[in-house]
Design a binder for this molecule. Structure first.
Ligand code: ADP
Length: 384
Protein backbone atom coordinates (compact mmCIF):
# COMPACT_ATOMS: atom_id res chain seq x y z
CA UNK A 1 0.00 0.00 0.00
CA UNK A 2 1.09 3.57 -0.68
CA UNK A 3 2.44 5.96 1.94
CA UNK A 4 -0.59 6.83 4.08
CA UNK A 5 0.64 9.66 6.25
CA UNK A 6 1.32 13.17 4.91
CA UNK A 7 0.43 12.14 1.39
CA UNK A 8 -2.52 12.33 -0.97
CA UNK A 9 -3.83 9.03 0.49
CA UNK A 10 -7.55 9.34 1.26
CA UNK A 11 -9.31 7.43 4.04
CA UNK A 12 -13.03 7.09 3.28
CA UNK A 13 -15.43 6.79 6.22
CA UNK A 14 -19.05 5.77 5.77
CA UNK A 15 -21.02 7.66 8.42
CA UNK A 16 -20.35 11.03 9.97
CA UNK A 17 -21.74 10.68 13.50
CA UNK A 18 -19.75 11.18 16.70
CA UNK A 19 -17.70 8.03 16.12
CA UNK A 20 -16.78 9.34 12.67
CA UNK A 21 -15.88 12.70 14.20
CA UNK A 22 -13.52 11.17 16.77
CA UNK A 23 -12.02 8.89 14.11
CA UNK A 24 -11.29 11.95 11.94
CA UNK A 25 -9.71 13.69 14.94
CA UNK A 26 -7.37 10.73 15.48
CA UNK A 27 -6.58 10.61 11.74
CA UNK A 28 -5.82 14.31 11.77
CA UNK A 29 -3.18 13.75 14.48
CA UNK A 30 -1.37 11.59 11.92
CA UNK A 31 -1.98 13.99 9.02
CA UNK A 32 -4.26 11.59 7.18
CA UNK A 33 -6.82 12.93 4.72
CA UNK A 34 -10.35 11.89 5.70
CA UNK A 35 -13.39 11.78 3.41
CA UNK A 36 -16.75 11.29 5.14
CA UNK A 37 -20.15 10.36 3.67
CA UNK A 38 -23.30 11.17 5.65
CA UNK A 39 -26.81 12.31 4.69
CA UNK A 40 -26.94 15.03 7.34
CA UNK A 41 -25.11 18.22 6.29
CA UNK A 42 -24.71 19.07 9.99
CA UNK A 43 -23.37 15.60 10.92
CA UNK A 44 -20.88 15.64 13.80
CA UNK A 45 -17.94 14.80 11.52
CA UNK A 46 -18.81 17.42 8.90
CA UNK A 47 -16.68 20.07 10.58
CA UNK A 48 -13.58 17.94 11.13
CA UNK A 49 -13.38 15.72 8.02
CA UNK A 50 -10.92 16.88 5.36
CA UNK A 51 -13.73 16.40 2.85
CA UNK A 52 -17.41 15.92 3.62
CA UNK A 53 -19.87 14.48 1.10
CA UNK A 54 -23.58 14.73 1.72
CA UNK A 55 -25.33 11.51 0.76
CA UNK A 56 -26.73 8.25 2.03
CA UNK A 57 -24.32 5.47 3.04
CA UNK A 58 -27.31 3.12 2.69
CA UNK A 59 -27.64 3.82 -1.04
CA UNK A 60 -25.69 1.63 -3.49
CA UNK A 61 -25.00 4.26 -6.17
CA UNK A 62 -24.05 6.92 -3.62
CA UNK A 63 -21.53 4.65 -1.88
CA UNK A 64 -20.06 3.51 -5.21
CA UNK A 65 -19.62 7.12 -6.39
CA UNK A 66 -18.12 8.18 -3.04
CA UNK A 67 -15.66 5.27 -3.04
CA UNK A 68 -14.23 6.28 -6.45
CA UNK A 69 -12.34 9.03 -4.67
CA UNK A 70 -10.91 7.12 -1.70
CA UNK A 71 -7.95 4.74 -1.24
CA UNK A 72 -9.26 2.73 1.71
CA UNK A 73 -12.80 2.52 3.03
CA UNK A 74 -13.95 2.04 6.62
CA UNK A 75 -17.22 2.53 8.51
CA UNK A 76 -18.41 4.13 11.73
CA UNK A 77 -21.83 2.48 11.50
CA UNK A 78 -22.77 -1.02 10.35
CA UNK A 79 -25.98 -0.12 8.50
CA UNK A 80 -24.17 0.71 5.27
CA UNK A 81 -25.05 -0.57 1.79
CA UNK A 82 -23.67 -4.08 1.91
CA UNK A 83 -23.98 -4.76 -1.83
CA UNK A 84 -21.75 -1.76 -2.56
CA UNK A 85 -19.24 -2.97 0.02
CA UNK A 86 -19.13 -6.40 -1.65
CA UNK A 87 -18.69 -4.88 -5.09
CA UNK A 88 -15.95 -2.50 -3.94
CA UNK A 89 -14.04 -5.27 -2.20
CA UNK A 90 -14.22 -7.39 -5.37
CA UNK A 91 -12.90 -4.44 -7.38
CA UNK A 92 -9.77 -4.46 -5.19
CA UNK A 93 -10.46 -1.46 -2.95
CA UNK A 94 -9.27 -2.20 0.62
CA UNK A 95 -12.44 -2.19 2.76
CA UNK A 96 -12.06 -2.72 6.52
CA UNK A 97 -14.04 -4.17 8.21
CA UNK A 98 -14.48 -6.56 5.31
CA UNK A 99 -17.74 -7.36 3.50
CA UNK A 100 -18.04 -10.76 5.16
CA UNK A 101 -17.73 -9.30 8.68
CA UNK A 102 -20.36 -6.66 7.98
CA UNK A 103 -22.65 -9.26 6.38
CA UNK A 104 -22.51 -11.48 9.45
CA UNK A 105 -22.67 -8.77 12.10
CA UNK A 106 -25.55 -6.77 10.65
CA UNK A 107 -27.72 -9.91 10.81
CA UNK A 108 -28.15 -10.85 14.48
CA UNK A 109 -29.14 -14.38 13.39
CA UNK A 110 -25.90 -14.95 11.47
CA UNK A 111 -23.97 -13.39 14.36
CA UNK A 112 -25.46 -15.85 16.86
CA UNK A 113 -24.74 -18.77 14.49
CA UNK A 114 -21.11 -17.65 14.25
CA UNK A 115 -20.78 -17.74 18.05
CA UNK A 116 -22.44 -21.15 18.24
CA UNK A 117 -20.40 -22.61 15.37
CA UNK A 118 -17.13 -21.47 16.97
CA UNK A 119 -18.01 -22.69 20.45
CA UNK A 120 -18.22 -19.12 21.76
CA UNK A 121 -20.66 -18.92 24.69
CA UNK A 122 -23.95 -17.10 24.00
CA UNK A 123 -27.54 -17.35 25.27
CA UNK A 124 -29.47 -20.23 23.64
CA UNK A 125 -31.54 -19.07 20.68
CA UNK A 126 -33.88 -20.04 17.87
CA UNK A 127 -34.56 -18.29 14.56
CA UNK A 128 -38.08 -17.40 13.36
CA UNK A 129 -39.47 -16.04 10.10
CA UNK A 130 -42.33 -14.09 11.73
CA UNK A 131 -44.35 -13.54 14.92
CA UNK A 132 -46.88 -16.29 14.09
CA UNK A 133 -44.09 -18.88 14.19
CA UNK A 134 -43.14 -17.61 17.66
CA UNK A 135 -46.76 -17.91 18.87
CA UNK A 136 -46.91 -21.44 17.47
CA UNK A 137 -43.69 -22.38 19.22
CA UNK A 138 -45.15 -21.08 22.49
CA UNK A 139 -48.40 -23.04 21.96
CA UNK A 140 -46.44 -26.20 21.19
CA UNK A 141 -44.36 -25.74 24.33
CA UNK A 142 -41.01 -25.58 22.48
CA UNK A 143 -40.53 -21.98 23.63
CA UNK A 144 -40.98 -20.62 27.14
CA UNK A 145 -41.24 -17.15 28.66
CA UNK A 146 -39.36 -15.07 29.61
CA UNK A 147 -37.45 -14.60 26.37
CA UNK A 148 -35.99 -11.80 24.28
CA UNK A 149 -37.00 -11.26 20.66
CA UNK A 150 -34.52 -9.43 18.43
CA UNK A 151 -35.17 -8.54 14.80
CA UNK A 152 -32.36 -9.93 12.69
CA UNK A 153 -31.76 -6.72 10.77
CA UNK A 154 -31.40 -3.03 11.68
CA UNK A 155 -31.57 -3.11 15.46
CA UNK A 156 -29.67 -0.21 17.02
CA UNK A 157 -29.53 1.05 20.60
CA UNK A 158 -32.22 -1.27 21.89
CA UNK A 159 -34.64 -0.79 18.97
CA UNK A 160 -35.88 -4.08 17.59
CA UNK A 161 -35.38 -5.72 21.00
CA UNK A 162 -38.40 -6.94 22.98
CA UNK A 163 -38.38 -8.66 26.34
CA UNK A 164 -41.40 -11.00 26.56
CA UNK A 165 -42.27 -11.95 30.13
CA UNK A 166 -46.03 -12.60 30.00
CA UNK A 167 -48.88 -13.05 27.51
CA UNK A 168 -49.48 -9.29 27.78
CA UNK A 169 -46.25 -8.70 25.88
CA UNK A 170 -47.22 -10.93 22.95
CA UNK A 171 -49.12 -8.26 20.94
CA UNK A 172 -45.84 -6.31 20.81
CA UNK A 173 -43.97 -9.11 18.98
CA UNK A 174 -42.18 -7.90 15.85
CA UNK A 175 -43.46 -9.47 12.63
CA UNK A 176 -40.00 -9.35 10.98
CA UNK A 177 -37.57 -12.30 10.81
CA UNK A 178 -36.02 -12.48 14.25
CA UNK A 179 -34.15 -14.52 16.78
CA UNK A 180 -35.52 -15.44 20.16
CA UNK A 181 -33.07 -16.04 22.96
CA UNK A 182 -33.15 -16.90 26.64
CA UNK A 183 -33.60 -13.93 28.93
CA UNK A 184 -30.45 -13.58 31.04
CA UNK A 185 -31.78 -12.70 34.50
CA UNK A 186 -29.96 -10.02 36.57
CA UNK A 187 -27.10 -9.87 34.11
CA UNK A 188 -24.11 -7.61 34.53
CA UNK A 189 -23.07 -6.18 31.16
CA UNK A 190 -19.47 -5.64 30.12
CA UNK A 191 -17.72 -4.90 26.85
CA UNK A 192 -14.25 -5.59 25.50
CA UNK A 193 -12.79 -3.76 22.51
CA UNK A 194 -10.35 -5.81 20.49
CA UNK A 195 -8.36 -4.81 17.44
CA UNK A 196 -7.03 -7.08 14.73
CA UNK A 197 -4.76 -5.81 11.96
CA UNK A 198 -4.20 -7.03 8.41
CA UNK A 199 -1.37 -9.29 9.63
CA UNK A 200 -3.55 -10.93 12.27
CA UNK A 201 -2.04 -9.13 15.30
CA UNK A 202 -4.74 -8.83 17.99
CA UNK A 203 -4.85 -6.65 21.06
CA UNK A 204 -7.60 -5.76 23.50
CA UNK A 205 -8.54 -3.20 26.12
CA UNK A 206 -9.47 -4.17 29.66
CA UNK A 207 -13.20 -4.90 30.07
CA UNK A 208 -15.56 -2.03 30.85
CA UNK A 209 -18.76 -2.26 32.86
CA UNK A 210 -21.95 -0.88 31.32
CA UNK A 211 -24.71 0.72 33.38
CA UNK A 212 -28.02 1.36 31.59
CA UNK A 213 -30.60 4.12 31.79
CA UNK A 214 -33.73 1.98 32.18
CA UNK A 215 -36.04 4.55 30.55
CA UNK A 216 -34.00 5.12 27.40
CA UNK A 217 -32.47 1.61 27.26
CA UNK A 218 -29.17 3.36 26.46
CA UNK A 219 -25.84 2.95 28.21
CA UNK A 220 -25.79 5.75 30.78
CA UNK A 221 -22.39 5.26 32.29
CA UNK A 222 -19.46 3.07 31.61
CA UNK A 223 -16.84 2.09 34.16
CA UNK A 224 -13.23 1.35 33.28
CA UNK A 225 -11.95 -1.03 34.38
CA UNK A 226 -15.01 -3.19 35.09
CA UNK A 227 -15.40 -4.18 38.76
CA UNK A 228 -15.15 -7.89 38.06
CA UNK A 229 -12.83 -10.69 39.18
CA UNK A 230 -9.53 -10.99 37.31
CA UNK A 231 -10.35 -14.44 35.95
CA UNK A 232 -13.55 -13.05 34.34
CA UNK A 233 -11.68 -10.10 32.84
CA UNK A 234 -9.07 -12.48 31.42
CA UNK A 235 -11.71 -14.82 30.05
CA UNK A 236 -13.61 -11.92 28.45
CA UNK A 237 -10.39 -10.79 26.76
CA UNK A 238 -9.75 -14.33 25.50
CA UNK A 239 -13.29 -14.63 24.12
CA UNK A 240 -13.16 -11.18 22.49
CA UNK A 241 -9.94 -12.12 20.70
CA UNK A 242 -11.41 -15.48 19.66
CA UNK A 243 -14.45 -13.65 18.23
CA UNK A 244 -12.25 -11.28 16.21
CA UNK A 245 -10.32 -14.29 14.92
CA UNK A 246 -13.50 -16.23 14.10
CA UNK A 247 -14.65 -13.28 12.01
CA UNK A 248 -11.19 -12.61 10.59
CA UNK A 249 -12.01 -8.95 11.03
CA UNK A 250 -9.52 -6.19 10.26
CA UNK A 251 -10.25 -3.17 12.46
CA UNK A 252 -11.93 -2.80 15.82
CA UNK A 253 -14.52 -5.18 17.22
CA UNK A 254 -16.48 -4.28 20.35
CA UNK A 255 -17.73 -7.44 22.00
CA UNK A 256 -20.55 -7.07 24.53
CA UNK A 257 -21.07 -9.73 27.18
CA UNK A 258 -23.55 -10.67 29.86
CA UNK A 259 -22.23 -12.10 33.11
CA UNK A 260 -25.07 -14.24 34.41
CA UNK A 261 -26.01 -15.06 38.01
CA UNK A 262 -23.64 -18.04 37.98
CA UNK A 263 -20.71 -15.89 36.92
CA UNK A 264 -20.69 -17.26 33.34
CA UNK A 265 -19.80 -15.06 30.39
CA UNK A 266 -22.22 -15.02 27.43
CA UNK A 267 -21.54 -12.98 24.29
CA UNK A 268 -24.48 -10.67 23.60
CA UNK A 269 -23.40 -8.99 20.38
CA UNK A 270 -20.47 -7.43 18.57
CA UNK A 271 -19.97 -4.18 16.68
CA UNK A 272 -17.30 -3.92 13.92
CA UNK A 273 -16.14 -0.36 14.60
CA UNK A 274 -15.18 2.12 17.31
CA UNK A 275 -17.77 1.90 20.07
CA UNK A 276 -19.42 3.89 22.82
CA UNK A 277 -17.73 1.60 25.33
CA UNK A 278 -14.31 2.83 24.18
CA UNK A 279 -14.74 6.61 24.39
CA UNK A 280 -12.85 6.74 27.68
CA UNK A 281 -9.70 5.43 25.97
CA UNK A 282 -9.12 8.91 24.48
CA UNK A 283 -8.12 10.14 27.94
CA UNK A 284 -7.59 7.02 30.04
CA UNK A 285 -5.50 4.66 27.91
CA UNK A 286 -2.13 4.99 26.23
CA UNK A 287 -3.74 4.45 22.82
CA UNK A 288 -7.29 5.60 22.03
CA UNK A 289 -9.67 3.17 20.33
CA UNK A 290 -9.77 5.51 17.33
CA UNK A 291 -6.01 5.43 16.88
CA UNK A 292 -6.15 1.66 17.40
CA UNK A 293 -8.69 1.32 14.59
CA UNK A 294 -6.41 3.31 12.26
CA UNK A 295 -3.42 1.19 13.24
CA UNK A 296 -5.39 -1.99 12.49
CA UNK A 297 -6.80 -0.97 9.11
CA UNK A 298 -3.45 0.44 7.95
CA UNK A 299 -1.60 -2.70 9.05
CA UNK A 300 0.48 -1.02 11.76
CA UNK A 301 1.28 -2.69 15.08
CA UNK A 302 -1.39 -2.20 17.76
CA UNK A 303 -0.65 0.49 20.35
CA UNK A 304 -0.51 -0.16 24.07
CA UNK A 305 -3.98 -0.69 25.55
CA UNK A 306 -2.75 -0.08 29.07
CA UNK A 307 -5.00 2.17 31.14
CA UNK A 308 -3.42 5.33 32.53
CA UNK A 309 -6.28 6.05 34.95
CA UNK A 310 -9.57 4.62 36.19
CA UNK A 311 -12.40 6.36 34.33
CA UNK A 312 -16.16 6.67 34.05
CA UNK A 313 -17.79 7.76 30.82
CA UNK A 314 -21.29 9.24 30.82
CA UNK A 315 -23.39 10.06 27.79
CA UNK A 316 -24.81 13.56 27.71
CA UNK A 317 -28.34 12.82 26.53
CA UNK A 318 -30.91 15.36 25.36
CA UNK A 319 -33.18 16.28 28.30
CA UNK A 320 -36.65 14.81 28.55
CA UNK A 321 -39.39 16.96 27.04
CA UNK A 322 -36.93 19.21 25.21
CA UNK A 323 -36.81 19.47 21.41
CA UNK A 324 -35.08 22.17 19.35
CA UNK A 325 -31.76 24.04 19.00
CA UNK A 326 -29.54 22.89 21.87
CA UNK A 327 -28.24 24.99 24.76
CA UNK A 328 -25.81 23.44 27.28
CA UNK A 329 -26.56 24.38 30.88
CA UNK A 330 -24.10 23.90 33.72
CA UNK A 331 -21.08 23.76 31.42
CA UNK A 332 -18.85 25.97 33.55
CA UNK A 333 -19.62 24.11 36.81
CA UNK A 334 -18.78 20.81 35.15
CA UNK A 335 -15.56 22.14 33.65
CA UNK A 336 -14.62 23.27 37.15
CA UNK A 337 -14.61 19.68 38.44
CA UNK A 338 -11.19 18.08 38.42
CA UNK A 339 -10.71 15.24 35.96
CA UNK A 340 -13.78 15.96 33.81
CA UNK A 341 -13.16 15.89 30.05
CA UNK A 342 -16.03 16.95 27.80
CA UNK A 343 -16.82 15.94 24.23
CA UNK A 344 -19.64 17.81 22.53
CA UNK A 345 -20.60 16.11 19.28
CA UNK A 346 -21.89 19.20 17.51
CA UNK A 347 -25.51 18.16 16.96
CA UNK A 348 -27.42 21.42 16.67
CA UNK A 349 -30.82 19.97 17.52
CA UNK A 350 -31.60 18.22 20.77
CA UNK A 351 -34.41 15.75 21.47
CA UNK A 352 -35.09 13.50 24.45
CA UNK A 353 -32.29 10.96 24.96
CA UNK A 354 -30.37 11.96 21.81
CA UNK A 355 -26.64 11.39 22.36
CA UNK A 356 -25.36 14.98 22.33
CA UNK A 357 -21.95 14.34 23.82
CA UNK A 358 -20.10 12.53 26.55
CA UNK A 359 -17.92 13.25 29.53
CA UNK A 360 -15.04 11.13 30.69
CA UNK A 361 -14.25 11.49 34.36
CA UNK A 362 -10.77 10.51 35.51
CA UNK A 363 -10.12 9.83 39.17
CA UNK A 364 -7.93 7.77 41.50
CA UNK A 365 -10.60 5.06 41.72
CA UNK A 366 -13.66 4.02 39.69
CA UNK A 367 -15.86 4.72 42.74
CA UNK A 368 -14.59 8.29 42.99
CA UNK A 369 -15.10 8.80 39.25
CA UNK A 370 -18.61 7.34 39.53
CA UNK A 371 -19.56 9.75 42.30
CA UNK A 372 -18.32 12.68 40.19
CA UNK A 373 -20.12 11.30 37.13
CA UNK A 374 -23.40 11.48 39.07
CA UNK A 375 -22.74 15.17 39.72
CA UNK A 376 -21.88 15.77 36.06
CA UNK A 377 -25.18 14.19 34.97
CA UNK A 378 -27.16 16.28 37.49
CA UNK A 379 -25.41 19.51 36.50
CA UNK A 380 -24.92 19.39 32.74
CA UNK A 381 -28.11 19.56 30.70
CA UNK A 382 -28.64 19.56 26.94
CA UNK A 383 -31.88 21.50 26.57
CA UNK A 384 -33.73 23.40 23.87
P1 ADP B 1 -28.79 -3.39 20.41
O1 ADP B 1 -28.28 -4.00 19.17
O2 ADP B 1 -29.96 -2.51 20.17
O3 ADP B 1 -27.72 -2.77 21.28
P2 ADP B 1 -28.88 -5.63 22.27
O4 ADP B 1 -28.98 -6.98 21.71
O5 ADP B 1 -27.55 -5.21 22.82
O6 ADP B 1 -29.45 -4.58 21.22
O7 ADP B 1 -29.95 -5.46 23.42
C1 ADP B 1 -30.15 -4.20 24.07
C2 ADP B 1 -30.20 -4.41 25.57
O8 ADP B 1 -31.31 -5.27 25.90
C3 ADP B 1 -28.98 -5.14 26.14
O9 ADP B 1 -27.90 -4.30 26.34
C4 ADP B 1 -29.58 -5.69 27.43
O10 ADP B 1 -29.66 -4.70 28.42
C5 ADP B 1 -30.95 -6.13 26.99
N1 ADP B 1 -30.91 -7.54 26.55
C6 ADP B 1 -30.66 -7.96 25.30
N2 ADP B 1 -30.66 -9.32 25.24
C7 ADP B 1 -30.90 -9.76 26.49
C8 ADP B 1 -31.01 -11.06 27.08
N3 ADP B 1 -30.89 -12.17 26.35
N4 ADP B 1 -31.26 -11.14 28.40
C9 ADP B 1 -31.38 -10.02 29.15
N5 ADP B 1 -31.30 -8.77 28.65
C10 ADP B 1 -31.06 -8.63 27.34
Amino acid sequence: MRQIISSDFRLGILGGGQLGKMLCQAASAWDITTCVLDPDPEASASGVASRFTRGSFRDYETVMAFAKDVDLLTVEIEGVNIEAIEELEKSGLPVFPQYNCLRIIRDKGLQKMLYRDHGLPTADFKLFENDDQIRNALNEGVLRMPFVQKTRLSGYDGQGVLVVRTNNDLPKLFAAPSLVEDFVEDALEIAVIVSRNIHGEVSCYPAVEMVFNPKANLVESLLSPARIADHLADEAARLAKATAEALGIVGLLAVEFFIDKNGCLLINESAPRPHNSGHHTIESAITSQYEQHLRAIFGYHPGSTQLTSPAVMVNILGSEGSIGPVVYKGLNEVLGMEGVKLHIYGKRQTRPYRKMGHATILAATVEEALEKAGRVLKTLKAEA
